[in-house]
Design a protein around this ligand. Structure first.
Ligand SMILES: [Ca+2]
Ligand SMILES: [Ca+2]
Length: 247
């Protein structure tokens, strides 16, 4: 009977410790969110009042006298407003990367910088260079190192607070080409959400976001409550034995 009572006590202790340590927790949830609006705006060739919302390319360019910026919008309504974002990564597919000889000199590729856009009211079918919303905070940087591959931007490197975007349900981002050295120029071409509809839009820009509810503590490995329970049982057994009167 003593033996059975001991087993019962151990099981109860493990259950209590598991509840205490896990707190009914769940780990962070991962969300994959495809772009809802994407286009580029261009100041020189277009002309600057032209819209490219239904084109299959997104241009980010830095050239003599001007350039092109890309605008992206993501609907974050799938993530509850009270969640904390712990990771956010932007993915785009680069199909053309241009650098080289320009005006008699060799130039390197440039950085492509992601900035936050506070104004979400722009629409991919109406935004132009002339009416584009301004970009504000730096979110992340990626260096164009060649074409025909996916690029990712870690958008947590500046610890930007995305809670406002969870509340207004949209995250708008501008991609802007920036020189690494003063002589650099570059053109980075990415696919937009309009590319290859017959194949299910395989090159759509997307975000991978990890977020959790603050009241849910991060999940601990199962081993921790079990080891703690065994230690607790052993401690109580020793204490009971020490407290026994000598027979
Ligand atoms: Ca588009
Ligand atoms: Ca927003």
């Amino acid at each position: 009977m003593k033996f059975l009572r001991g087993i019962g006590f151990s099981v109860v202790a493990i259950m209590i410790c598991t509840m205490v340590f896990s707190g009914g927790a769940s780990a962070a949830t991962t969300y994959t969110i495809y772009v809802s609006d994407d286009t580029f705006v261009e100041m020189e060739i277009g002309p600057p009042w032209h819209n490219y919302g239904d084109w299959h390319n997104l241009t980010v360019a830095l050239s003599i006298g001007g350039g092109a910026d890309t605008y992206l919008k993501f609907d974050l309504s799938v993530i509850p407003d009270d969640h904390i974002i712990t990771s956010i990564v932007l993915w785009l597919y680069n199909y053309k990367s241009i650098s080289g000889i320009w005006m008699g000199a060799t130039h390197n590729n440039a950085n492509v910088i992601a900035y936050h856009v506070d104004d979400d009211t722009w629409d991919e079918m109406t935004v132009t260079w002339n009416n584009r919303p301004p970009y504000t905070s730096l979110l992340g940087t990626e260096t164009d190192s060649g074409e025909n591959k996916w690029y990712s931007w870690d958008l947590m490197v500046t610890s930007y607070d995305y809670s406002g975007d969870l509340v207004d349900d949209d995250l708008s981002i501008a991609l802007v080409e920036a020189p690494i050295t003063p002589d650099d120029f570059g053109i980075s071409e990415y696919y937009s959400r309009e590319k290859l509809p017959e194949q299910g839009y395989p090159y759509r820009p997307y975000l991978v976001v990890e977020a959790y509810r603050p009241s849910e503590v991060p999940e601990l490995p199962l081993g921790i409550p079990i080891i703690t329970s065994i230690a607790l049982v052993a401690y109580l057994a020793i204490r009971k034995r020490i407290g026994k009167k000598p027979e």
